[in-house]
Ligand binder design. Structure first.
Ligand code: ADP
Length: 352
């Protein structure tokens, strides 16, 4: 096992820079998820750690060693791909054994490792089948088995669950988490799915346009997003953003409503409030004109606009709530659940 250090890592294709000075320290045994929208540079970053993409500038270290110029095979990593990358003509056993065979590991050691991994992943009954005789979930397990038998210092996962249906994804992500905890191997996992990222990662690196927006625990990102981007990306449904003006120790919303919070002076501000942090309160300052509701069973999502403006608002309320369209409902919130951002820089203004 090993720590991984990313030091001012840059990737450019020709004149186009797609990763800009990415820094990050990943501890021994940690599970890190790189998350962000399509095109933000996640796969490129992972492939650079794997050695499948060159480094334009900066350094990648695994353990104490800078690996920039090492071939993938010499980096002591194992990668699990989205498309499983299994050899169709080989049995499950042969697929899992292949990487060890070309490293000239002895047959008895290969058998021992393959069978141990098959037991961990509960795929021993399928060892003699071909990949096409397996379900998607079973194939994904074989792909992980192939990584496990290598006994690497680092696991790299590139959107490994995206070919599975929703229910299986949830099950497999729990299995991956359990497996990683059991084996304690330092892991980097790439996904565009923020729920997957939140449930898997010890820490999340949120990328946007090749920049690291924030690198923190799931709870840090949820409770204290450093940028509007992270605030909107983490959490479902997304955080509400209302335009406001700070004046003399209070905020004025777009509809003229006043909110007494220390918000600096005379500046345009974005007020962020998560749907689940709006509390029904007849005297509350947030007046919502309801448009429609989604009954999700355990909770209800009320969609509407800030009364007197066209700014959209979503409120998540526990249980079943019914409101006919056009109803005005009032909401308050707790001070600690307020997020203020600078609309120019997108950066957080208020302390925790
Ligand atoms: P993600 O995995 O987050 O969807 P990628 O890492 O695949 O994003 O891509 C990041 C950016 O780099 C994108 O803008 C993409 O178009 C660009 N890119 C990726 N590979 C190449 C390449 N071989 N040549 C030029 N641009 C590339």
């Amino acid at each position: 096992m090993a720590s991984i250090t990313l030091n001012k890592l840059v990737k450019a294709y020709g004149d186009t820079e797609v990763l800009h000075h990415v820094d990050g320290q990943i501890d021994d045994g940690e599970f890190i998820v790189i998350v962000g929208p399509s095109g933000c540079g996640k796969s490129t970053l992972l492939r650079m750690v794997a050695g499948l993409e060159s480094v334009t500038s900066g350094d990648i270290s695994i353990g104490e060693k800078v690996v920039n110029d090492l071939e993938p095979a010499d980096r002591d990593i194992a990668m699990v791909f989205q498309n499983y990358a299994l050899y169709p003509h080989m049995s499950v056993r042969q697929n899992m054994a292949y990487g060890l065979k070309i490293r000239k590991v002895s047959k008895s050691e290969i058998d021992r490792r393959v069978e141990e991994a098959a037991d961990i992943l509960e795929i021993r009954p399928y060892l003699d089948r071909k990949p096409r005789q397996l379900s998607g979930g079973q194939r994904q397990r074989v792909a992980m088995g192939r990584a496990i038998v290598r006994d690497p210092q680092v696991f790299l996962f590139d959107e490994p669950l995206s070919n599975l249906d929703a229910k299986l994804r949830v099950q497999m992500r729990l299995e991956i988490r359990k497996l990683q905890q059991r084996l304690g191997v330092t892991s980097i996992y790439v996904t565009h799915d923020q729920v997957e990222a939140m449930t898997l990662g010890d820490r999340l690196m949120v990328l946007n346009g090749g920049y690291v927006e924030q690198f923190g625990t799931p709870i840090e990102l949820y409770d204290r997003p450093e940028t509007i981007f992270v605030a909107g990306f983490i959490g479902s449904p997304s955080m509400n953003f209302l335009t406001a003006t700070a004046r003399g120790g209070a905020l004025t919303l777009g509809n003229g409503a006043r909110i007494d919070i220390a918000a600096g002076s005379d500046a345009e501000t974005i007020l962020g409030l998560r749907p689940e942090h709006l509390i029904p309160d007849e005297t509350g300052p947030i007046k919502v004109r309801t448009e429609l509701q989604e009954q999700l069973g355990a909770n209800t999502l009320l969609h509407g606009t800030l009364d007197g403006s066209d700014e959209q608002i979503v409120v998540s309320l526990p249980g079943h709530v019914a409101a006919s369209p056009g109803t005005i409902m009032s909401f308050g919130f707790e001070q600690q659940n307020i997020h203020l951002f600078d609309p120019q820089t997108g950066k957080r203004i208020n302390p925790a």
